[in-house]
Design a protein around this ligand. Structure first.
Ligand code: NAP
Length: 313
């Protein structure tokens, strides 16, 4: 096992993690960043990005993350393509161990592990993931030109995805388990006005049905949540948009979290219930969930970590 004593360990490599790294490195803290399972985070499964400020033209999510990484490395971040498997926040310095056998001994830790799309957790969903089933319309919508697709969910994400998919699909069917949507009124208005979109209320997916060779999705079996009646629809694609879960299982019982497992931070701060441990981005934010807000929080976390280290060493 290799032991690495350091000032600040950043866990996660999305906009929050890289921004924290850029600020910590420029404060001469020589930060170490452990990338996690999906280096670059959620933006690497996005295509067009047109709301990240500073770019006149549309940019690509994966490209933006590569640039953030380059910037973090250029100013002195030490990057580890590795996964943190355990943390011990009982005493400072904090101990974090990784899959490859590294042990980080850190004066401060910034958690920027982000969030992941939620799935329905059906066996048939696993079978057709990547073969017709997706959690990202912006990534995969293009593949369903002139075909029929469903979107599952009733929140802002589901409605936005359904609207986006009408650019490609011949018909988009929104499947929602209740009789009213959670999405904002303005989005609902756009949805109801769009004649390519049909809504099936009070229904849930019971099973995805398709062919094995080549693996492809053909139908969905729905169940009415009120009367239990089932029905089948022919589809080519299914987009699951039922929310996200923060990637916090590693920190369970070690740090305060809310009922949905988001890390709780102090008001106007990224400081968690453990002094010297900070959280930034989607791992603590269920409201905004934007790359730019995550980046802003990453900056705050690095500034707060710098102050903490200066005051405590
Ligand atoms: P969300 O608001 O939590 O909505 C999730 C939806 O999925 C709900 O309608 C929920 O149904 C449904 N759902 C959850 N689990 C399900 C299951 N197992 N089976 C079937 N349906 C299920 O999630 P979100 O839409 O991803 O949005 C998350 C946050 O990001 C929200 O705060 C949202 O405002 C924000 N956001 C904002 C924008 C924007 O401002 N443009 C865009 C996207 C997201 P119920 O309604 O019955 O609970």
């Amino acid at each position: 096992m290799s032991k690495i004593e350091n000032n600040v360990l950043i866990i996660g490599s999305g906009p929050a993690g890289y921004t924290a790294a850029i600020y910590a490195a420029r404060a001469n803290l020589k930060p170490h960043l452990v990338s996690g399972l999906e280096p670059g985070g959620q933006l690497t499964i996005t295509t067009d990005v047109e709301n990240y400020p500073g770019f006149g033209d549309v940019i690509q999510g994966p490209w933006l993350m590569e640039e953030m990484k380059k910037q973090a490395l250029n100013v002195g971040t030490i990057f580890h393509n590795d996964i943190v498997t355990s943390v011990n926040f009982d005493n400072n310095p904090f101990i974090s161990n990784t899959e490859s056998g590294k042990e980080f001994i850190s004066k401060a830790v910034i958690i920027a592990t982000g969030a992941q799309a939620r799935w329905l957790n059906l066996e048939s969903e696993n079978k057709f993931k990547g073969f017709g089933i997706s959690a990202c319309a912006t990534c995969d919508g293009f593949f369903f030109k002139d075909q029929i697709v469903i979107v599952v969910g009733g929140g802002n994400s589901a409605v936005e995805e359904a609207l986006f998919l009408t650019k490609f699909a011949s018909k988009v069917i929104l499947i929602h388990r209740r009789d009213s949507l959670r999405a904002e009124k303005i989005l609902q208005d756009r949805l109801f006005k769009n004649n390519k979109i049909e809504i099936i209320w009070e229904s849930k997916v019971k099973e995805f049905i398709g062919e094995d060779n080549p693996q492809s999705l053909k139908e969905v079996l729905l169940e009415n949540t009120k009367n239990g009646k089932t029905s089948k629809i022919k589809i080519s694609g299914a987009f699951i948009a039922i929310g996200h879960d923060p990637a916090t299982s590693l920190f369970k019982g070690k740090i305060d979290m809310d009922s949905e497992n988001y890390i709780i931070t102090k008001n106007d701060s990224t400081e968690t219930s453990i002094k010297g441990v900070f959280a930034a981005g989607d791992v603590k934010d269920k409201i905004y969930r934007q790359a730019v807000t995550a980046a802003g929080m990453g900056c705050m976390a690095a500034l707060e970590a710098e102050k903490f280290i200066a005051e405590n060493n």
